[in-house]
Design a protein around this ligand. Structure first.
Ligand SMILES: Nc1ncnc2c1ncn2[C@@H]1O[C@H](COP(=O)(O)OP(=O)(O)O)[C@@H](O)[C@H]1O
Ligand SMILES: [Mg+2]
Length: 249
């Protein structure tokens, strides 16, 4: 099974009287256990691509397969259920429920699923422990640091053991120390736990934690390359700039 396949996906948006092509025939495949960063300037289509991969919006044309299942033509109901079981989502703004504790936020996706709720015991506490959040178990998001909130959000994304974790600028609201710890956590999830991760970022220092980089420009996927072995941010930044410069779109 392939966790994620994007085939010739296009998407346009109406902005007043004109139409903006956010994605132009994008194709992409992510293998199991792979950590891919999607880079590109603001407006290049990164978030749109991630939203479509998550089934949050349908493509105009093309197909998206998660674990070999085509999500492009699922009904809203099918998609809601499918997403809960197969896709872990992480956002820049954490998107935790403010009235729920860390434990409840992490447990929420499984609590919504009656069958899975039975297996809940222990699983949430184990994740909280893995992410160093045990002493935050009963705290609400507003008393937690940004880094802690994002760790809760990542734990929530993992609770149903999804085929793929999709993260949109997960460090965008964090200071550099918290940003580094979230990057290390994502890297370890892939390296140690074999998770499949797609992360959108415009920061070379963040993308450097991934194994591969895909570059978007004006709705096109223009390049894909392994993260430079030296893994220094400078090498990656140079390689990324080179992609943008030599793109023919
Ligand atoms: N809901 C929407 N309505 C209208 N235009 C949109 C919408 N979402 C995205 N766009 C447009 O699509 C293009 C790509 O946006 P986006 O995917 O958010 O880029 P990025 O995440 O790389 O900054 C931009 O021109 C943006 O203005
Ligand atoms: Mg974006």
């Amino acid at each position: 099974m392939t966790p994620l396949v994007v085939e010739n996906v296009s998407k346009s948006f109406k902005q007043g009287s004109r139409s903006v092509q956010a994605l132009a025939s994008v194709s992409l495949r992510v293998a199991e256990g792979q950590f891919l960063a999607i880079m590109g300037a603001s407006g290049s289509g990164k978030s749109t691509l991630l939203h479509l991969m998550a089934g949050l919006a349908p493509p105009d044309s093309g197909r998206i397969l998660i674990n070999d299942q085509d999500i492009s033509h699922m009904s809203d109901r099918q998609l809601t259920l499918f997403r809960r079981q197969n896709i872990g989502l992480v956002f820049q703004a954490f998107n935790l429920i403010p009235t729920l504790s860390a434990w409840e936020n992490v447990a929420l996706p499984l609590m919504l699923d009656r069958k899975a709720a039975a297996s809940l015991d222990g699983k949430v506490d184990q994740l909280l422990q893995t992410f160093n959040l045990t002493d935050r178990r009963d705290h609400r998001p507003d008393v937690m640091s940004g880094g802690e909130q994002q760790r809760v959000a990542i734990a929530r994304a993992l609770i149903a053991d999804p085929a793929v974790v999709l993260a949109d600028e997960p460090t965008g609201n964090l200071d550099s120390a918290n940003s580094k710890s979230i990057c290390e956590l994502l890297r370890d999830l892939c390296a140690i736990h074999g998770k499949t991760i797609v992360m959108v970022t415009h920061e070379p220092s963040v993308a450097a934690y991934a194994q591969e980089v895909a570059v978007m420009k004006d709705g096109h996927l223009i390049d894909r390359f392994p993260t430079p072995q030296t893994s220094t941010t400078t090498d990656l930044a140079l390689r990324y700039q080179e992609s943008l410069k030599t793109a023919t779109t």
